[in-house]
Write a new protein. Structure first.
Length: 320
């Protein structure tokens, strides 16, 4: 049986519908939906995760803010914790019956890492399916096995890369399965570890230095804090801004079709020149030149999450 692992349930359902021609049946394992069908490639299942399978965490003994040396916090050997125990159980149960796995998580660094996390859980349940992996499982042991080179020499571990959940794109991706990038996944894991160490250490340091304890602590983060600085600077600029009056000259013209003509000087910063220009406009408007040109604009690249939310906000659609 081939197990296809996606990042979210809606992706698992859509892929199952496309690859099965609509014949996939839904079932659940530990309350996690999965989809089963049979086809030319044999029995297949898709299961959707809920983002990261595991996340980095500090080992026991570092929870007391006052008694923990922050230098030790920086050098602590991180462990991992499951983000959703039911997802971990479901992946392990389905992996026991699988003889190959296709990672079909999102086409980015985090997707690569999430796929590798799922493989680690599959390894814990069915070692024969993936061989040895130097990846932390939900049990938290990062020293469980030497690093593996995930290449086409491991035909039972493949990667589907797609940028849209369309029939054409999914069929193309599964017709040209690739290898999983272990290096890219490790880059994602390093980012996670840095975020935790940076955030936890500086949050504790700032909170202790300002005597902000309990729910009143001051949060610091690798992305959060620089973003907050940008917001604060922009707010200072907004508050310090003094509006300046300006004048614009526009003419509403019509000869079969209404158009708006604007003065060469887009904005007059003083009233006297603006009125002088306006008073000179006494004659009937006359078209002196017409220029036409053709232009080709390339199709825009697909949205990422940030770009999509920005574009949506520009037309009045909130993130919620």
């Amino acid at each position: 049986m081939r197990l296809i692992v996606t990042e979210k349930n809606n992706s698992a359902k859509k892929i199952a519908t496309i690859l099965s021609g609509g014949s996939a049946k839904e079932d659940k394992s530990y309350k996690v939906p999965y989809y089963t069908w049979s086809g030319p490639d044999g029995d297949q299942r898709t299961v959707g995760l809920k983002g990261h399978v595991v996340g980095p965490a500090f080992p026991e003994g570092y929870s007391n803010w006052q008694e923990t040396d922050l230098h030790e916090l920086i050098d602590a050997e991180l462990t991992t914790e499951p983000t959703d125990k039911n997802v971990v159980k479901a992946v392990r149960k389905l992996a026991k019956e699988a003889d190959s796995i296709v990672i079909a998580t999102d086409f980015d660094r985090e997707g690569e890492l999430i796929g590798l996390e799922a493989l680690a859980e599959a390894f814990a349940a069915n070692p024969a399916i993936v061989g040895e992996l130097a990846v932390a499982t939900s049990e938290g042991d990062k020293e469980r096995a030497p690093a593996a080179t995930l290449t086409r020499e491991r035909p039972n571990i493949l990667r589907a890369r797609y940028s849209a959940l369309t029939k054409e794109e999914i069929e193309r991706a599964f017709g040209d399965l690739d290898e999983l990038s272990y290096d890219l996944a490790n880059a994602g894991a390093a980012r996670q570890d840095i975020d935790l160490i940076w955030g936890a250490t500086l949050t504790r340091w700032v909170s202790l230095a300002t005597k902000r304890y309990g729910s009143a602590f001051l949060s610091v983060g690798r992305v959060q804090s620089p973003t907050l600085v940008l917001i604060a600077e922009r707010e200072r600029e907004r508050r310090a801004f003094t509006p300046e009056p300006y004048w614009e000259i526009e003419a509403a013209l019509q000869n079969g079709e209404a158009i708006t003509a604007r003065h060469d000087t887009a904005r007059f910063w003083e009233e006297e020149p603006a009125r002088a220009a306006y008073e000179n406009l006494t004659e009937t408007a006359r078209v002196t030149e017409v220029k036409e040109k053709s232009a080709t604009r390339p199709a825009p690249i697909p949205f990422n999450t940030t770009g999509f939310l920005t574009a949506a906000a520009n037309i009045g659609i909130s993130p919620s």
